[in-house]
Design a protein around this ligand. Structure first.
Ligand SMILES: Cc1cc2nc3c(=O)[nH]c(=O)nc-3n(C[C@H](O)[C@H](O)[C@H](O)COP(=O)(O)OP(=O)(O)OC[C@H]3O[C@@H](n4cnc5c(N)ncnc54)[C@H](O)[C@@H]3O)c2cc1C
Length: 369
């Protein structure tokens, strides 16, 4: 088979954003192991367009979240992907006021849209169900229909001539300095080899595993990965609010928050549950965690009736570590790190990866040249 310019492995939101962008000036094939795009991280998240409040100044997460959210709002406007810039309330309980101030200062330092302190009278009038000591409004935060986004990105890529091949799993890679050979297992149980000059691993939870099976890739460049499942519970009946409500963040997560989807349905989560890696990934929801959810939610919504919480779904975060230390930023590997020209690996693309997808695509395009 003739070599193609660029192969992207993975048709999640990042792979499809890349396909849309790169197919404007080169031939692109996207290989996806599942029967539909976005079956993993991209369809198992909170669907929030983040405003970049939490990430350290200078980090990739901060830069790509801010650029990504601007680009995403514009993209939704021009394409009709449903979204709503509904705003988000950051809620501190007694004793957490300093942490709220730190979030405020961090948001200012990264250049996020300014957080607005709300007077007690104001938020009590607007959200009479809410319990808090202090509240900040993030007007830049919003929600999006992630499935419509995936569909639109795929349409754009395909109308540029990109091919999105579903049910095509890359089993093995062979890396030479500037070309790549992929062993592909197709849906009809056929196996074939594909050659390309540029290769992008937008493989979410599976990137470290794929690199471990890549001949010619320097093993010392592969970080360790651990998996943190996030469980969600849905609220039966009417949501108390149309906005997002976030408590103070916790280690490895943003706290059990309230989000609403485009249909107005409220859900709570995700929490943080460390799990063992399995194939396929273990998305079973741990219903035993309901009591912990009730306790966390009743901090900011004391009148929650626990009977209204129903098991929802779960997503899994890829968390990176090096020598036991957490790597908290996105990791985008290029020739500068692994020495292989034309190869880009995307690792640790957890939240805010949905928000940042269009900006990640620009970043990768810039690095590929
Ligand atoms: C619980 C949770 C909540 C989140 N909430 C938010 C949020 O509110 N806002 C936000 O901005 N971000 C959020 N995120 C992050 C966001 O969902 C991800 O960053 C984003 O979806 C990552 O997309 P991706 O394309 O990298 O990965 P994926 O969507 O997982 O795509 C990777 C694709 O690669 C395919 N693949 C893997 N290996 C192979 C192979 N060998 N051959 C062929 N195909 C392969 C997989 O099948 C998969 O489809 C959240 C994440 C989680 C887990």
């Amino acid at each position: 088979m003739e070599p193609v310019d660029t192969v992207i492995i993975g048709a999640g939101v990042v792979g499809l954003a890349l396909a849309r962008s790169l197919s404007a000036d080169r031939s692109v094939i996207v290989l996806e192991q599942e029967h539909q795009p976005g079956s993993h991280l991209s369809s198992r998240n909170s669907e929030v367009i983040h405003a970049g409040l939490y990430y350290p100044p200078g980090s990739l997460k901060a830069r790509l979240c801010l650029a990504g959210s601007d680009a995403l709002y514009r993209y939704c406007e021009t394409t009709g992907v449903p979204y709503r810039q509904c705003g988000k309330l950051l809620v501190a309980q007694k004793g957490e006021e300093t942490r709220l101030q730190q979030l405020h200062d961090n948001a200012a330092a990264v250049g996020a849209p300014a957080l607005k302190p709300l007077a007690r009278r104001e938020w009590q009038q607007q959200e009479p169900w809410l319990n808090a000591s202090e509240v900040l409004l993030s007007p830049g935060s919003g929600i999006i229909d992630s499935h419509a986004l995936l569909y639109q990105l795929q349409q754009d890529a395909e109308s540029n001539g990109a091919v999105v091949a579903l049910h095509h799993r890359v089993e093995k890679l062979q890396c030479e300095t500037d070309r790549y050979m992929l062993r592909v297992h197709a849906s009809d149980h056929q196996r074939f080899t594909l050659r390309c000059r540029q290769l992008i691993l937008a493989t979410g939870l599976f990137t470290t595993r794929l690199l471990e099976n890549a001949a010619g890739f320097p093993a010392e460049q592969i970080p360790q990965q651990r998996l943190a499942r996030g469980n969600y519970f849905a609220l039966d009946g009417r949501s108390p609010t149309r906005r997002l409500v976030y408590p103070m963040p916790e280690a490895h997560g943003l706290g059990i928050h309230l989000t609403v989807d485009m249909a107005g349905q409220a859900r709570f989560g995700p929490d943080v549950e460390w799990i063992e890696p399995t194939l396929p990934p273990d998305y079973r929801l741990d219903v035993e965690r309901k009591a912990t959810f009730v306790e966390a939610i009743q901090q900011y919504w004391p009148d929650l009736n626990p009977d209204r919480l129903q098991p929802g779904y779960s997503g899994i975060r890829p968390k990176l570590f090096r020598q036991g230390e957490a790597v908290t930023d996105f990791l985008i590997q290029d020739v500068g790190s692994h020495g292989l020209s034309g190869m880009i690996n995307l690792l640790g693309i957890e939240s805010p990866g949905l928000t940042a997808a269009l900006a990640i695509a620009d970043e990768v395009k810039g690095r590929l040249g």
